[in-house]
Ligand binder design. Structure first.
Ligand SMILES: Nc1ncnc2c1ncn2[C@@H]1O[C@H](COP(=O)(O)OP(=O)(O)OP(=O)(O)O)[C@@H](O)[C@H]1O
Length: 260
C-alpha cells in the first residue's frame, strides 16, 4: 500500500506517480469589485491508484476545484496536469477528447439519459468517442458493478443505488485514468451509500484507477486514502487514513456545521 504520509506535494521525483496535479491554481470569477476568488493558489498531487476525498464548508471552492482538476473549467492562473498532460493551455477539442477518454465522472444526480437502457447508457462514452464497444470489457464492467440482470432496463426502473452503479459503469467503460465524483452518495440512503463507496474503493484496489471525490459526508470521506480540506479557496488541512469521527471534528473546526 502506498504510504501517503511519506509524500509531499513538492517532491519532484514523485511527480510522475500523480494522476492529477494542480500547481498554484487560482480561479477568479467576475472582475473588479464584484469578483470572487474561488481558488486562491492550490497546489496538490493525487497519486495514481489512490482515492481522495475533498471536503470543506459550503462555498469553500470544492466544485470549482473539481471542475478545474477535471478540465471542465479553466483556472485563471496556475497549471493542471491530467494523466501526464498539461491541460490548461490545451485547445477545447483536444481537452474534450482527453476528458472523454481518460476521465470518468460520477455525479450526485446520476446524470443518466432516461430514454436509453442501462447498456446504452453505459456504452455511451464509447459511442460518443467513435469507438466500437469491446463486448468483453463492457460485460466485465457490468458484472463488476452487479448489474448483469438489468442491462435492458431504463433508469426510471432502477433504484437510486442501481442508477449510481450504472453511472459508475459508464465512468469505467473507457478505462479512465481518473474518476471525479461530485457527492456520489448524496442522493442515497446510508446502506446504499456504503455499497457504492465499497464499489468505488474496489475500483481503486483492483483497477488501479485514481478517484477524487467531493463529499460533505465524513463517513464517505473515511473510505478514502486521504481527505483534503478546503476553506476560502485554500487547502488548509489533510488527513491520511481518515476515520469518520476525526473528519467530522475537523469539519466542525472549519465552521462547516456551525460551532456549538
Ligand atoms: N460561476 C460563478 N460565478 C461567480 N461566482 C461563483 C461561480 N461559481 C462559484 N462561485 C463562487 O465561488 C466560491 C466557491 O464556490 P464553489 O461552488 O466552488 O464552492 P463549494 O465548496 O463547492 O460549495 P458547496 O459546498 O455549497 O457546493 C463561492 O463563493 C461561490 O459563490
Amino acid at each position: 500500500m502506498l504510504d501517503l504520509s511519506a509524500r509531499t506535494a513538492t517532491l519532484p521525483f514523485m511527480e510522475n506517480t500523480d494522476a492529477v496535479r494542480l500547481e498554484a491554481v487560482h480561479k477568479i470569477y467576475g472582475r473588479g469589485g464584484g469578483s470572487v476568488e474561488a481558488l486562491a493558489g492550490v497546489t496538490i498531487g493525487f497519486p495514481k491508484g489512490t482515492m481522495t476525498a475533498v471536503m470543506g464548508p459550503s462555498g469553500s471552492g470544492k466544485t470549482t476545484f473539481l471542475h478545474c482538476a477535471a478540465g471542465l473549467d479553466r483556472p485563471t492562473s496556475g497549471s493542471v496536469t491530467l494523466d501526464g498532460r498539461e491541460i490548461t493551455g490545451m485547445r477545447e477539442k483536444a481537452l474534450t477528447r482527453l476528458r472523454r477518454e481518460r476521465v470518468g465522472f460520477v455525479f450526485q444526480g446520476f446524470n443518466l439519459l432516461p430514454a436509453l437502457t442501462v447498456l446504452q447508457n453505459i456504452t455511451l462514452p464509447l459511442r460518443l468517442g467513435g469507438h466500437r464497444a469491446d463486448d468483453a470489457l463492457v460485460a466485465s464492467v457490468i458484472e463488476r458493478v452487479g448489474l448483469a440482470g438489468r442491462v435492458g432496463h431504463r433508469p426510471a426502473e432502477l433504484s437510486g443505488g442501481q442508477q449510481q452503479r450504472v453511472a459508475i459503469a459508464r465512468a469505467l467503460v473507457t478505462r479512465p485514468a481518473v474518476i471525479f465524483a461530485d457527492e456520489p452518495t448524496g442522493a442515497l440512503d446510508t446502506r446504499t451509500a456504503l455499497e457504492v463507496l465499497g464499489l468505488l474503493r474496489e475500483v481503486v484496489r483492483t483497477g488501479g484507477q485514481t478517484i477524487v471525490m467531493v463529499t460533505h459526508d465524513p463517513v464517505a470521506a473515511s473510505h478514502a486514502d486521504q481527505v483534503v480540506f478546503l476553506a476560502d479557496g485554500t487547502l488548509v488541512d489533510r488527513l491520511d487514513r481518515p476515520e469518520a469521527d476525526t473528519v467530522a471534528k475537523r469539519m466542525t473546526n472549519l465552521g462547516a456545521w456551525g460551532r456549538s
